[in-house]
Design a protein around this ligand. Sequence first.
Ligand SMILES: *[C@@H]1O[C@H](CO)[C@@H](O)[C@H](O)[C@H]1NC(C)=O
Ligand SMILES: *[C@@H]1O[C@H](CO)[C@@H](O)[C@H](O)[C@H]1NC(C)=O
Ligand SMILES: *[C@@H]1O[C@H](CO)[C@@H](O)[C@H](O)[C@H]1NC(C)=O
Ligand SMILES: *[C@@H]1O[C@H](CO)[C@@H](O)[C@H](O)[C@H]1NC(C)=O
Length: 183
Amino acid sequence: MPPAVALIRLLLSLLFITAISADQNVTVDDTFGDPITGEQFVYKPASGGSIPAWNVGQDCPGCFAQPDPDQTYLHTWHDGTTGIMTPMSASINFEGTALYVYCILVHSAVDSYFTTNTNLSFSIDGEVVGSFLDNSPVPAGSNSTYNYNVLVYSIDNLPHAQHSFTLTNGNLSLALLDKVVYT
Ligand SMILES: *[C@@H]1O[C@H](CO)[C@@H](O)[C@H](O)[C@H]1NC(C)=O
Ligand SMILES: *[C@@H]1O[C@H](CO)[C@@H](O)[C@H](O)[C@H]1NC(C)=O
Ligand SMILES: *[C@@H]1O[C@H](CO)[C@@H](O)[C@H](O)[C@H]1NC(C)=O
Ligand SMILES: *[C@@H]1O[C@H](CO)[C@@H](O)[C@H](O)[C@H]1NC(C)=O
């Protein structure tokens, strides 16, 4: 191998070691997963299976929620609408000390019941650690409005270890999952 190439390889590996040893945030897209570890979200029930199930939001012309893809992370989101007694979940594993979870919220007078309520609960390593509720519709007569990049859950004092995270979409609720960030 020519010396210049060897040197570049050495510098790149040093850079990589520096990058992974310092505290840094990693953004995990709902669709593309963890760019470092390759971990992917596991969605239950997954689309194509039982109904209701998670939909690939940007690929779902029939979904009630039609947010602007340009305002979402990597133009993707997952869309889960539950019925009664049909919880849905999205899970991912990560190694770190902090986690931030971002969703899109929708408010609409067109259908102000379950398709626009968001009622989520969060567990880490199998224990429920938090919840999020938004059930405020827009005033009657107006169009759907969307809030992007809404931080629905965060925690920053986890022991540095491998963790499993699960978002559960509660009864009669719409979850639009965009991304999570871990440190
Ligand atoms: C990671 O992102 C969160 C949320 O934006 C921020 O509060 C935190 O300071 C970031 N941490 C690092 C190490 O950049
Ligand atoms: C879901 O909501 C319906 C209607 O309010 C209620 O009858 C049912 O018991 C609820 N299920 C759960 C699991 O909370
Ligand atoms: C809803 O949006 C449509 C299309 O942009 C617009 O024509 C209409 O005036 C809006 N209605 C209200 C109540 O804002
Ligand atoms: C949110 O979902 C949970 C779990 O299904 C349920 O117990 C709770 O009543 C719901 N809250 C609202 C306001 O719908």
